[in-house]
Design a protein around this ligand. Structure first.
Ligand SMILES: C[S@@+](CC[C@H](N)C(=O)[O-])C[C@H]1O[C@@H](n2cnc3c(N)ncnc32)[C@H](O)[C@@H]1O
Length: 159
């Protein structure tokens, strides 16, 4: 497992971008908040012609993900322990990411905590900088209030 951790978990230098970490260049997809790794351990297996980077802030969750990953079955996956916010624009080169997946982002249901929600204007502006034209952003949530908020934020964003 230590060897696998060395393979999967990147510790990028502060001023470097994550684009060049795969030996084989392929369209790059990013998952934000990989949680226990359900998505990042499965979906990339059927998309071996794409590369995937999971950004997850919690070390415990990174360890959960590692339990589901194997070098043989997930050669196109890497993880980075990182709190994602507008700073995502500094992790990737401009117009270099083909798509972003965000599965069940924390809904922060209390009104006073809404400002903590990931999906809001400054974050969408940052995403727009790193995404290629025609990129896809897939967001899933079962929280109806956050779902409506997300739609509103996307509709209100000029990008
Ligand atoms: C509600 S869980 C969802 C996990 C997984 N995507 C799923 O669908 O089961 C949210 C996950 O995102 C991570 N997370 C929340 N905010 C984050 C942020 N700003 N940057 C990186 N990870 C974050 C949390 O640590 C947690 O693992």
């Amino acid at each position: 497992m230590i060897e696998d951790r060395d393979f999967f978990v990147l510790e990028p230098a502060a001023d470097s971008v994550l684009n060049d970490i795969f030996d084989e260049p392929k369209p790059l997809y990013v998952e934000i908040g990989s949680g226990k790794g359900e998505f990042i351990s499965r979906y990339p297996k059927s998309h071996l012609n794409w590369n995937f980077i999971g950004l997850e802030m919690s070390e415990k969750r990174i360890r959960n993900c590692l339990k589901k990953l194997s070098v043989e079955q997930n050669p196109n996956v890497r993880l980075v322990r990182k709190f994602v916010d507008v700073g995502i624009k500094d992790l990737f080169r401009s117009q270099s990411v083909s798509g972003v997946f965000i599965q069940h982002p924390d809904p922060w249901p209390k009104r006073k905590h809404h400002r903590r929600r990931l999906i809001q204007q400054d974050f969408l502006d940052a995403l727009a900088e790193i995404l290629i034209p025609e990129a896809t952003v897939q967001v899933s949530t079962d929280h109806s209030d956050y779902a409506a908020w997300i739609v509103e934020e996307f509709l209100n964003n000029p990008h």
